[in-house]
Write a protein that binds this ligand. Structure first.
Ligand code: GDP
Length: 444
């Protein structure tokens, strides 16, 4: 469902990440594109505004622009802001009350309220082993009560028997009594829908809420209706105290605006999304996964997270200065190894940063494993300061001593020295291309 938004943002960030250095104007230009992409995805204007403002403010900060990987950092900032906008955490049902816990379902006609009632009942029965009773309070639509009974029989969940002529509040009372007497854990009240938000609907909802004191009041809205879904949610929020929102038809080709604006506009979490007509088409809403899907850059985000402050501009600049003098000794190698380990080891790095692969071909060709990283660190640790600074001192005798000291073999020590040699050569070549900055630029 977020396909076109994802495509557009992907384009913006590919352009940003392709560059080694960024300035404020680059970031502002990219943010203008982000703004258009969000508006086209039907995200509410005030939400777009505050999103773009907050991301811009963080992204033009000195730390980002001066970092070695500004493009990636900006992607990370956008990702975090998306997660924030979507509601940080998953929000499951909170039914921790004296049973029966009441779940009141509200929403407009056709939003998928009755179907979603059955979906939740199925989930509670099968996953949480709860004893659930469903009751339809919809006396306006002739077949509504029967529809719920049919769904109930499909999933083996009890429904309250229909008594002709009863009004919603009476039905709610009867359902509550039945649930208490028969020891149900959860009672689901499927209230009547309307075509539009109107006062009679709201009054009825409040009356039902008063007699049943629901633990959850869930609003069901159709994601395909975009901005309208958000407006409907806003009107309901003003009238009853909702505990969450469920967006249906997320399997359709909605542009995503409803999902993205809901939290900011209503202050309520999206608890579930409906992903199909079948009764198992219900999923908990995961803000971080959705943000990841929208950006399609999960790898970049997790890499930046791990690298976080582990690579400092100052370190990189000091390294570049040494390289400029043609120095890259074993101390530098050791520092690099430590950094790799901090970032999750070689396995995590491999593949994430194609540009780095070349510079580390030496390591890759030696099929270096994470265990070997630890060995290498031990070997370098067994050397004297002089040896580290001047690897050419390391002749046979010294190699034997180092192998013994680090619990490795002379072959291992040779491998380490060969790798260092190759890296030093690679770095010298890189220096000609622009040094460390160029190397890190390739990380995009
Ligand atoms: P109500 O009037 O709000 O109770 O709506 P219904 O539960 O009767 O649903 C209206 C239609 O939407 C039915 O045909 C449902 O099968 C369909 N529907 C509900 N939820 C979803 C969903 O998440 N995805 C899809 N594709 N269809 C849904």
């Amino acid at each position: 469902m977020f396909d076109s938004l994802s495509d557009r943002l992907g384009g913006v960030f590919a352009a940003l990440r392709g560059r080694g250095a960024l300035n404020e104007a680059d970031v502002r230009a990219a943010m203008r594109e982000v703004r258009i992409a969000l508006l086209e995805a039907d995200v509410a204007l005030p939400v777009v505004r505050s999103f773009v403002d907050s991301v811009t403010e963080k992204a033009v900060g000195q730390n980002v622009l001066r970092s070695i990987t500004p493009g990636q950092q900006v992607v990370k900032i956008v990702n975090d802001a998306l997660v924030d906008m979507l509601g940080s955490d998953t929000a499951d049902l909170e039914l921790d009350v004296t049973p029966p816990a009441i779940i009141m379902m509200v929403g407009l006609q056709g939003s998928g309220k009755t179907t979603t009632t059955a979906k939740i009942a199925k989930r509670l029965t099968e996953k949480d082993r709860k004893k659930v009773l469903m009751a339809s309070l919809d006396v306006n639509r002739p077949a509504a009560q029967e529809q719920l009974a049919v769904l109930g029989s499909q999933i083996n969940v009890a429904t309250l028997p229909v008594v002709a002529g009863q009004q919603p509040v009476e039905i709610a009372r009867r359902a509550l009594n039945a649930a208490r007497l028969q020891g149900y854990d959860v009672l689901m009240l499927d209230t009547a829908g309307r075509l539009h938000v109107d006062q009679a609907l709201m009054d009825e909802m409040r009356a039902v809420s008063d007699v049943s004191s629901p633990a959850e009041t869930l609003l069901v809205v159709d994601a395909l209706t975009g901005q309208d879904a958000v407006n409907v949610a806003k009107s309901f929020t003003d009238q009853v105290s909702l505990t969450g929102v469920i967006l249906t038809r997320m399997d359709g080709d909605a542009r995503g605006g409803a999902a993205l604006s809901m939290r900011a506009v209503t202050g309520k979490p999206i608890k579930f999304v409906g992903t199909g007509e079948k009764l198992d088409g219900l999923e908990l809403f995961h803000p971080s996964r959705v943000a990841g899907r929208i950006l399609g850059m999960g790898d970049v985000v997790s890499l930046v997270e791990r690298a976080a402050e582990s690579i400092q501009v100052e370190d990189a600049e000091a390294m570049a200065a040494k390289m400029a003098k043609g120095q890259f000794d074993l101390n530098d190698l050791r520092q690099q190894l430590a950094q790799m380990q901090k970032m999750g080891g070689l396995g995590a790095l491999a593949g994430m940063i194609p540009g780095m692969k070349k510079a580390q071909a030496a390591m890759a060709s030696g099929a270096v494993s994470d265990k070997m990283l630890i060995h290498m660190d031990a070997m370098i640790g067994s050397m004297t300061a002089k040896e580290r600074a001047k690897p050419e001192l390391l002749q046979a005798k010294r190699k034997i001593r180092i192998a013994k000291g680090s619990g490795t073999t002379v072959q291992d020590v040779n491998k380490l020295l060969k790798m260092h040699q190759e890296m030093a050569t690679a770095m010298k070549k890189l220096k000609k291309m622009g040094g460390m900055k160029a190397l890190m630029g390739m990380m995009g």
